[in-house]
Design a protein around this ligand. Structure first.
Ligand SMILES: [Zn+2]
Length: 331
């Protein structure tokens, strides 16, 4: 099994009404925890790495760690770029060995989102990778909370989802249905009826972002209604830090960092395992058998790039850094 892309793991999930967990990793311990939990449960899994995590760890560094762990795995593992807002980051990720990429143009005018996402989908497909896009906007709880009315205004409509998916050629589509990024407690309920309505008219698997903040019951219902990829980051980060705090509270004089990091890694693994069971993907690894040859995704072949679109995306990134420095989306 080993390396896979989104189509390898989401087609069966889409057809059989379960979801594959997409867990954010920032370092080796997170990658190992996510893949070990998936192996223990014989589940397909998505290790996702955000643009911010790449800024932290380094593109080649984090990609090499993820690939090394994925290539040895007994289950299919997708290495997915989460929330890229720049085409040059997408291009570098594909060259560095990511098997899948998400472009987030949800804060752009619709036509620009369509154009850039279609460009990303083509770049990905040319390299044997897959692409996710986003329509509607999943906001962030980093700076403030959101009322039900405000969330309703940001939600994806079935019509725009259907048009966006067919015009961009994405393999998976992130939709706004009531979840919020960076929530520290499980309090959100998503609009399952809307998910069903979107699924009815969109031919690709749907993605739920910001799932750390969604209640278990609402998450189950979302999966039953048609969500096939569930993004989780904040909950894992909290578990990692909780384990470190509790270990140090027991003995502040510990001098071997591995003791603390290993406990944190185990905490992330058990949290990932709980989510995998909740999403129904335990035991589903066998449904996904195609293995992507490493060379195909490492090809230095021409990844075509539209310079004007790239520059516009770079402009978006600068605006982001200024306007939204603290609320970069984290699941
Ligand atoms: Zn997200």
């Amino acid at each position: 099994m080993g390396l896979a892309n989104l189509n390898d793991v989401l087609k069966d999930a889409y057809a059989s009404s379960y979801a594959v967990g997409a867990f954010n990793a920032i370092n080796m311990e997170f990658v190992q925890a996510i893949v070990r939990a998936a192996e223990d449960l014989n589940a397909p899994v998505i290790v996702q790495i955000s643009q911010a995590a790449i800024d932290y760890a380094g593109m080649e560094e984090i990609s090499a760690v993820a690939r090394a762990v994925a290539e040895k795995a007994s289950v299919p593992v997708v290495i997915h770029l989460d929330h890229a807002t720049r085409l040059d980051v997408v291009e570098r990720a594909i060259k560095a060995g990511f098997t899948s990429v998400m472009f987030d143009g949800s804060s752009l005018p619709l036509e620009e989102n369509v154009k850039l996402t279609a460009t990303v989908a083509k770049m990905a497909h040319d390299a044997g990778a897959t692409a996710e896009g986003e329509i509607g906007r999943v906001p962030s709880a980093a700076k403030r909370s959101w009322t039900r009315e405000e969330l309703a205004e940001l939600m994806t409509t079935p019509e725009e989802a259907a048009q966006f998916a067919s015009r961009t050629g994405v393999d998976a589509l992130a939709v706004s249905v009531g979840s919020v990024h960076k929530m520290k407690a499980q309090q959100a309920m998503v609009d399952s009826r809307r998910i069903s309505e979107i699924k009815r008219v969109v031919g690709v698997p749907l993605v739920l972002h910001g799932s750390s903040g969604v209640t278990d019951e609402s998450l189950r219902e979302a999966v039953r209604s048609g969500i096939a990829k569930v993004n989780i980051a904040t909950a894992l980060s909290q578990d990692f830090l909780r384990a470190i705090r509790s270990r140090l509270a027991e003995d502040l004089s510990v001098s071997d960092a591995r003791i603390v990091l290993d406990m944190a890694r185990q905490a992330v693994a058990s949290s990932v395992a709980e989510k995998i069971k909740l999403l129904g993907s335990a035991g589903k690894a066998a449904g996904n058998t195609r293995r992507i040859p490493g060379e195909m995704l490492r090809s230095d072949g021409p990844v075509k790039r539209d310079r004007a679109l790239g520059e516009r995306a770079a402009g978006l990134e600068r605006r982001d850094a200024k306007d939204r420095s603290e609320d970069e989306p984290v699941e």
